[in-house]
Design a protein. Structure first.
Length: 430
């Protein structure tokens, strides 16, 4: 029966687009834009080719941009290995390729060639030279050889003679883990290199005092004191909003600590972060009722007022928190007798909580950081022992894995920061 309407789904989109394009049914063709939400490193090249055939120009450009941005994962997909020789050249020649290191492109070409060795082995030199628009492939190979002869911590400093400027993911970055308990307060600092998955010691803190504030100069690798807080606090949360540091207090341009409005609920061992220019105080322990909290408060620095949002689905103290794509992730924690490995995420637009896959290990009192669209959860404890390991969550593949290296010292209640690696040397290395 003719109804004048049609339901577009993932199951029928490929069969609907050809007749919709032939009959110029733009409404049906535009409805297939839902494929934009289906983009993934394992299918983006196929969606791009599909959009190209049926003149879905908007979807084509979005799929192309997605493939370039996530190339480090796209190059591991079956679709990449099935690309034609010319399609590979077009992809890797783009200056918009989102990579951290140029050798990733080189390795991708070698892997693609090995996969297609029966048909395309004679085209490898051409592919390599086209990859950087230079017919002198041997120079590029010499660059690759020099790279593989370097010590691991110097790999990112190699200057490639044949490389056109790329739209890189960003500077090589480090996760600096500061202080914490193991089981008493410690001054130790550890640095995790996200490229080579290696931990090493950094310069120790100057003090264990609860009201002290120290600043690390990455170039000199020295700590120095800044103005202390007004009160001695332990297990507090800290975040930066509009160039002001908040320890559920405030820090202005005069480098003086000032008091801001009190929260509605007493809470220690909370998570603190910033999203949409609002300060979020997540979970914790109120010290009165003997219960952990599932409430979340939001601070507006303009009005100097706190308000509550939708509570979490579980009571959580000792949480780690992180933000990516304006979504708040609350990781681990405990409710007193139970320690959690679950992770909740909050979407401010819908004011709703949902869950992502559980961590591999239950861990309250850990710390979290986001680097290159990966979530790192560092240290914490399992209710008995301080943990030295680091778990990594891939938002695209929705999987957890454990980092190859571990912290030299297991710790909980640590602070972490993501910093650009100094050009001369990594922190704590000679």
């Amino acid at each position: 029966m003719y109804t004048g309407s049609i339901e577009v789904s993932e199951d029928n989109v490929q069969s609907l687009l050809p007749p919709a394009n032939l009959l110029q049914l733009s409404e049906v063709r535009d409805a297939c834009d839902f494929l934009k939400d289906q983009l993934h490193p394992t299918n983006c090249l196929g969606i791009k080719a599909f959009a190209d055939i049926y003149f879905c120009h908007d979807l084509l450009s979005i799929a192309q941009a997605f493939a370039l941005k996530h190339f480090s994962k796209v190059m591991e997909s079956e679709e990449f290995y099935c690309l034609s020789h010319t399609d590979v050249i077009e992809l890797v020649s783009s200056t918009e390729l989102g990579i951290l290191l140029e050798e990733d492109v080189f390795e991708a070409i070698i892997s693609w060639t090995k996969y297609n060795t029966n048909n395309l082995s004679t085209r490898t030199p051409q592919t390599l030279s086209e990859e950087q628009s230079n017919p002198a492939c041997k120079d590029f190979l010499f660059d690759a050889l020099k790279y593989h002869l370097l010590p691991p911590h110097e790999c990112t400093s190699l200057t490639w003679s044949n490389c056109l400027p790329r739209k890189r993911i960003g500077m090589p970055q480090l996760i600096v883990t500061v202080g914490g308990q193991a089981p008493k307060a410690i001054r130790n600092v550890e640095v995790f290199d996200v490229i080579i998955h290696s931990c090493h010691n950094g310069p120790k803190l100057l003090s264990r005092r609860c009201n002290s504030v120290e600043r690390l100069d990455l170039n000199t690798e020295r700590w120095s004191y800044v103005k202390p807080m007004l009160s001695r606090w332990s297990t507090l949360g800290v975040a930066v909003l509009k160039e002001e540091m908040y320890a559920i207090g405030g820090f202005d341009e005069t480098k003086q600590w000032i008091a801001v409005a009190n929260m509605n609920t007493r809470r220690s061992s909370l998570g603190v972060t910033v999203i949409n220019n609002l300060l979020d105080a997540v979970g914790g322990y109120d010290g009165i009722t003997g219960q952990c909290l599932n409430s979340v408060e939001v601070y507006d620095r303009i009005t100097n007022k706190w308000s509550t949002i939708e509570p979490m689905t579980q009571r959580r103290s000792g949480v780690a928190v992180a933000i990516i794509d304006n979504i708040l992730y609350v990781i681990g924690g405990h409710d007193g007798p139970n320690v959690w490995k679950s992770v909740e995420c909050y979407d401010a637009q819908s004011n709703k909580w949902s869950c992502i896959p559980d961590m591999l290990t239950s861990r309250p009192n850990g710390a979290a950081a986001v680097v290159y669209d990966l979530l790192y959860v560092i240290g914490g404890d399992d209710g008995i022992t301080n943990l030295p390991n680091i778990e990594i969550y891939d938002f695209i593949f929705k999987t957890w894995k454990v980092a190859q290296d571990i912290l030299p010292l297991g710790r909980s209640y640590a602070g972490v920061a993501v910093v650009d690696e100094p050009t001369a040397t990594a922190i704590g290395q000679s």
